[in-house]
Design a binder for this molecule. Structure first.
Ligand code: URA
Length: 210
């Protein structure tokens, strides 16, 4: 993957995203749409994976057929909203290894603090796809990728649904080697750190909390 930011403009992705943004969309429909979009985004974020061939038998004759090379890739969900993207991507890549990063914001320092970190072994030999639907300030995404690099990851891609220009800039500054795939780049962040126009709190909308 060479482009630093890939904005997926496919009509299916854009149409489903519009439905997700709307206030009247129920939790059940929101979750279903997120699952569907995440599969379309998974197609994009796995573009250009190294390939090899494997000898197989077809009913007519043997052939050297293409397969993805290397170790099973690792999907890492940034809790909790990352789990909504994770589910759909895992359906498409069922053999992927899965990790979780949990961060909360310290209200005094406003810095992300780790409360959970569990990732697959041999991270250094895997493509790692970190997933979080909302790239807002970029603080938690940057912190999560810091932790993944400390754990050995060298080949990381970041998958989100919506990005704010501020979050993209922050990620590009901190982790210029991590390509970003997103379905939309919105206008800006508001004073509460929400993406505008955005879709509200992704976790609340997918889990029906407030
Ligand atoms: N997280 C969300 O869920 N929504 C935003 O708009 C920003 C961060």
């Amino acid at each position: 993957m060479t482009d630093h930011v890939t904005h997926v403009t496919h009509p299916l992705v854009q149409h489903k995203l519009t439905l997700m943004r709307q206030t009247g969309t129920s939790t059940a429909v929101f979750r279903q749409l997120l699952r569907e979009i995440s599969q379309l985004l998974a197609y994009e974020v796995t573009r250009g994976l190294p390939m090899t061939t494997k000898r197989i038998d077809t009913p007519l004759e043997p052939m050297d057929a293409p397969v993805i090379d290397g170790k099973k890739l690792a999907l890492v969900s940034i809790l909790r909203a990352g789990n909504g993207l994770l589910d759909g991507v895992l359906e498409l890549i069922p053999s992927a290894r899965v990790g979780f990063v949990g961060l909360y914001r310290d209200e005094a320092t406003l810095k992300p603090v780790q409360y959970y970190f569990k990732v697959p072994t041999e991270l250094e030999d895997r493509l790692v796809i970190a997933v979080d639907p909302m790239l807002a300030t970029g603080n938690s995404s940057v912190a999560a990728i810091d932790l993944l690099k400390e754990a050995g990851a060298t080949n990381i891609r970041f998958l989100c649904l919506l990005a704010a220009p501020e979050g993209i800039a922050r990620m590009q500054e901190a982790h210029p080697d991590v390509p970003i795939v997103t379905a939309a780049i919105d206008s800006h962040l508001n004073e509460h750190g929400y993406i505008v126009p955005g879709l509200g709190d992704a976790g609340d909308r997918m889990f029906g909390t407030k």
